[in-house]
Design a protein around this ligand. Sequence first.
Ligand code: ATP
Ligand code: MG
Length: 327
Amino acid sequence: MSRKKRILSGMRPTGKLHLGHYVGALENWVALQGEYDNFHLIADYHVLTTQLDTSDIEANSFEMLKDWLAAGIDPDQSPIFRQSRIKEHAELFLLLSMLITTARLERNPTLKEQVRDMKIENMTYGHLGYPVLQAADIILYKGELVPVGEDQAPHVEIARELARRFNTTFGEVFPEPAPKLTSFARLPGLDGQTKMSKSLDNAILLSDEPDVIHGRLRKAYTDPDKLRRNDPGHPDICLVFTYHRRFNSADTGGIRSGCESGFLGCVDCKRICGEAIAGQLEPFREKRRYYDEHPGDLRTILADGEVRAQQVARETMAQVHEAMGLG
Ligand code: ATP
Ligand code: MG
C-alpha cells in the first residue's frame, strides 16, 4: 500500500477567519482531505512575531478552530494541534536557523510587504526568522504539499531551500515541500485593496450573519464609472464581479451582461452576490453553532491532535539527531 502524501498547513490565530482565508487556503485543505494525509497547525508562536500581547491568543485559537471545523476539516482524519504544545518546533527552528543567511531572509517579499503594511520600523530577530519557523513547522511532519495563499508561497520556497540544505549537509531526512495555490490565491478586500485582510478591515467573515454580509457588501468599492443604474459597467475590473465569479459561478453570464448593458444596477448586483455568499456560508454557521454549544469537544480535538502530532515530531527529531550526530 503506497503511503499518502502529507499536507502540512497552518494559520496564525489572530481571530475569526474571512473569505480570503477560505478561498485562498482552507478550501484546499478540505478538498484534499482524504487524498492526502493532512496535519493542521495553529501557529501561536508565529503570532509573537508581530505582537507581544498574548491575552487573546487562546481565545483566537478556539475561534479559528471553530472556523476550520465549520468549513469541513474532519479532526479524525486530520490532526489539529497548537504549535506551542510541540516543543520540537522550537528545536528544529534553532537548528534550521544555522542553515540560512540573514541576507536571504531580508530578501523575502512577504516580509517587505508586512513592513510596509504594518509600518514596522524595528524588526525583531524572531520576525526576520518567521519563514525559518514555518519551515520547521512543515518539515517536522515531512510535509510535501502546503496549500497556502499567494503571500505565503515565498515562505514555502524558503522551506524547500532549508530542507535541501539540511539533506546535503547532514544526510537525507526531509522531502522538499511544494506550495499549492487555489485559483483565488489573493482575494481582494471590500475596499478594492489587493488583499482581503482583517487588519485592513476590508473583510467578510466566515461567521458573519446574512444582514452583516449585505451591509458590508453595500459599502464595497465598485466600478467608479458606473454611477447610475443605466450606466454600462465593466465587470472585469469590479470587485463584486470577482466575488460573483467565486460564489455565484452559475450566474456570472447573466451578471456580466446585465452589468455591461446597464440593466443591472450595483445595488441589485450586490444583493444577489450577498445572497450567494450567505447561502454558501449557512452550513458553516450551523456547524459553528454546534461547537459554540460544545466547547468541551474543541479541547478533546486538540488533545487528540497534539498526541498524534507529538508522535510524528518525536520520530522526525530522532532522525535529525542521528543525521547530525547530536543528542
Ligand atoms: P489577516 O491579515 O486577515 O490576518 P493574514 O495574511 O495574516 O490575514 P495568515 O494567518 O497569515 O493571514 O494566513 C492564513 C492563510 O490564508 C495563508 O495561507 C494566507 O496566504 C491565506 N490568505 C490570507 N488572506 C488571503 C486573501 N485575501 N486571499 C487569499 N488567501 C489569503
Ligand atoms: Mg492573520
